[in-house]
Design a protein around this ligand. Structure first.
Ligand code: ATP
Length: 457
């Protein structure tokens, strides 16, 4: 049994674990890093892939009313004029006349520089979009922007999607992709970076049904985080005040998570009304109406947008999963990640490096890795290997011991309870598949038994 001693975590512990175990590194670290850009290492990339996969399965694969899209990052510059980004996507900024640091006006406590106390310039608007040039000669090339959100790719493709899928409303388009914002204030690790990934849904509905769908998506999206293991009390819904509402939004809520630095936005859910399609239709001259065949009427759909960040989700899942626990008289660091998010699902651990045992264990490893990400680890004591796997959130360890060579059985050890069962190797794959989908460890496969550690050879 384990005793939980600390659940609240400070950011330094998460940053240190991510660095130490290869989840996340500073970008271009050998050159001193690049401010607010991060590289996902071998475990981080698996975690991110699993988050995106869980989202895609939930919002696209398992639904009749949603399809996917992968639009290009660079879009026609007129997109950003029509969307309002060229004019509105800006923060008021001041610069210190002494140290030249720049600050967002909403961050200032008084009219002096928070860093050196120096005098500040008058505020001016600073657009958050990154500019680049398209074409071989910079002077003649046209300016294009790195998209600051994936959403616009879905608005401009609305008619393409409706025509090619022949689906009726309500209809959602879902997309996962990179977005870029030249954020003025960054920090808090991967919470706010200049290059990040979004998972966005644009859900097109008939005007008049928008409130109902807005409420539906609030609940649906909140539940997604809870189903994947985030504690309910660490999540809250926060409604935007009138003054806070973005230029396109009729109504907006944030799903906030209690990060180590406090409550902050994990996902935004907005009722965008008909703003986007109307803007793009008038700017492009192409109709973006929808024809309702039953009612025989044309209308511009309203859009409900649940917009989530992959990186912020990764940070929230890591913070929520992190614990330091007293287990058998020793402290262990553990990530209680949901099995579907864990970067490594199973570790195969031979009790010794002796050849015969290694051969048998490698066979088990080769067999299991066809289904999941599986690690093979034969370095140091079995206790240390278990701790290493606990720290990266591996749900199950399979131990191959000398007795395995005689009885063709192995043990499975569960991360959270440290309970073990022993079972025939022939049952291992199906048993792990069942456990990873939520079956309790002590539901035994044929020939399986509850295993006490003192019985280990
Ligand atoms: P914030 O108020 O924190 O700047 P926002 O309201 O501008 O966020 P949205 O435009 O609603 O964010 O973007 C949707 C989601 O994209 C956010 O909920 C967040 O998860 C993610 N996101 C936005 N900006 C960043 C960023 N700079 N770094 C990482 N993720 C981000």
């Amino acid at each position: 049994m384990t005793e939980e001693t600390a659940r609240k975590v400070d950011m330094e512990k998460i940053v240190s674990l991510c660095r130490r175990r290869g989840f996340i590194f500073p970008s271009s670290e050998i050159y001193g890093g690049l401010s607010s850009c991060w590289d996902y290492g071998p475990l981080g990339v698996e975690l991110k892939r699993n988050i995106k996969e869980a989202w895609w399965r939930n919002v696209v694969q398992e639904r009749d009313d949603m399809v996917g899209l992968d639009a290009s990052i660079l879009m026609h510059p007129q997109t950003w004029e029509a969307s309002g980004h060229l004019k509105e996507f800006a923060d008021p900024l001041v610069e210190c006349k002494k140290c030249h640091l720049r600050w967002r006006t909403d961050e200032l406590k008084d009219d002096s520089c928070p860093s050196c106390g120096g005098e500040l310039t008058e505020p001016h608007l600073f657009n958050l979009m990154f500019k680049t040039f398209m074409g071989p000669i910079e002077e003649e090339a046209s300016i294009v922007y790195l998209r600051p959100e994936t959403a616009q790719g879905m608005f401009v493709n609305f008619q393409n999607v409706v025509n090619t899928t022949r689906k009726k409303l309500p209809l959602g388009i879902a997309q996962i992709g990179k977005a870029f914002r030249n954020e003025i204030t960054t920090g808090n690790f991967i919470f706010r970076s200049r290059e990040f990934e979004q998972m966005e849904i644009e859900f097109f509905v008939k005007p008049g049904t928008d409130k109902e769908w807005f409420d539906y998506w609030l609940e649906e999206r909140l539940n997604w985080y809870v189903k994947l293991g985030i504690e309910k009390e660490n999540l809250r819904l926060r409604q935007h005040t009138k003054g806070e509402l973005a230029h396109y939004a009729k109504e907006c809520y944030d799903i906030d998570y209690l990060f180590p630095m406090g409550w902050a936005e994990l996902e935004g859910i907005a009722n965008r009304g008909d703003f986007d399609l109307t803007q793009h239709a008038s700017s492009s001259g192409k109709s973006l109406d929808y024809f309702d065949e039953e009612a025989k009427e044309h209308f511009v759909p309203y859009i409900i947008e649940p917009s989530a960040g992959v990186d912020r989700s990764a940070l929230a899942f890591l913070c929520d999963a992190y614990a330091e626990e007293l287990a058998e008289g020793e402290m262990r660091t553990i990530l209680h990640l949901h099995p579907s998010l864990a970067p490594v699902k199973v570790a195969v651990l031979p009790l010794s490096r002796r050849e015969k045992l290694a051969q048998a264990a490698k066979q088990v490893h080769a067999d299991l890795r066809q289904c999941w990400m599986v690690q093979y680890d034969d370095a140091q004591s079995i206790g240390r290997r278990y701790r290493r796997q606990d720290e990266i959130g591996t749900p199950y360890c399979v131990t191959v011991d000398f007795q395995s060579l005689e009885d063709n059985q192995v043990t499975i050890r569960e991360r959270d309870t440290m309970n073990q069962i022993r079972l025939p190797i022939s049952e291992l794959k199906s048993a792990l598949a069942a456990k990873l989908s939520g079956e309790p460890l002590f539901v035994l496969p044929p020939g399986g038994q509850i295993w006490k550690e003192e019985k280990e050879v």
